[in-house]
Design a binder for this molecule. Sequence first.
Ligand code: ASP
Length: 431
Amino acid sequence: MSNKMSVTTKILIAMCLGLIAGSLINAFAHNIEFVQTYLVNGLFHVIGAAFVNSLKMLVVPLVTFSLICGVCGIGDVAALGRVGIKAFALYIATTGLAITLALTVAILFAPGEGFEQVTGTASFTPKPAPPLTDVFINIVPSNPVNAFAEGNMLQIIFFVIIFAIAMLMTGDIGRQLAETAEKLNEVMMKVVTLVMDFAPIGVFFLMAKTFSIQGIGLILPMIGYFSVVILCLLLHGLGTFSLLLALFAKLSPWVFIKKMRPAHIFAFSTASSNATIPVTLQVVEKRLGVNNATAAFTVPLGATINMDGTAIMQGVATVFIANVYAIDLGLTDYLTVVGMSILASIGTAGVPGVGLIMLAMVFNQVGLPVEGIGLILGVDRILDMVRTTVNITGDATVTCIIARTENNLDDKVFQNPDAGIITEVELPHKS
Ligand code: ASP
């Protein structure tokens, strides 16, 4: 058991060590050129980025094979539609809850009131956010090969579902293909495990790089905003989701949180729901006992359209900037923020920092100064790491609820503390 636990424990230790090493460099060696050039922007950057690439490398093939298995596993189009509608409705509902909670808590604590704004510190030029009409049009790929090449998740999901439905309609040929997809899926899951073997090293360098650049000192002047976002993320991540899990999935939130740990660590260190998909899928299927038929569909969809943590940041940021600039927001403005944040969450791909770009869209709608985003930029990376963790917890929670209602959750696997534990892979060798 202790040996089996080792990979996750090792990753956790690597994460803490990376955090400490990075913070030490930030505090004592931030102006030593050698350290910056060869360590932070050299070794740390190269290994960290290569590790994130190795995770992203898994996403497209894994989602493809796993989704084919999922659709063929569900077996009929009506059931597929039902799962789709449930997923969409639950993802929107949880994001709605998240943004409402964020606005309520932020209005209560009023961060940013009396904030001494040093003139000239706020500068932010947002990259243009895609128009919402395009978000919907672009769900349909005009060229699936392009969609796969670019890793456009919504387009891939759309194409693979249609392809898999066609497989269901072609009888024997489709069935043979499905068997092949199942084998390929199994192999891809093994590739995930292989990549995980390098995770302690990758996570260490990722954390070391982030915290060498992102000193704790940046947080202090923004402590009001920072703590309200963290408070809301904790309330939603531990409170709302636990309640939903206990009520609708009849599952123990405690076991759920414990088993989600590997996915949490990856989301936190990569700040990308998309790059975390392989780990989330593995945890949800092998550790929490959700059948591939549900998880293969709801996890990648959630990583793309469900971002409760991001919506929370946007809610608190709106109240904060309104307070800093002493702009009064009325009920209509708040309702607009709720609607826009939900839409922004759908339109935002799960990659680092993208939540800020969509925040510009929210600000434009309610007439807040977009350059105000410059104020919160400094602390955004750390908040991004925490909110991504909340984002993927939301995906897993909704997946468990849907799996329960579809009778696709194996309670024996969920209850078994050793189920699907990530162990070190023994490489094959000739004896
Ligand atoms: N990094 C977030 C994610 O991947 C998105 C964001 O809030 O910027 O889930």
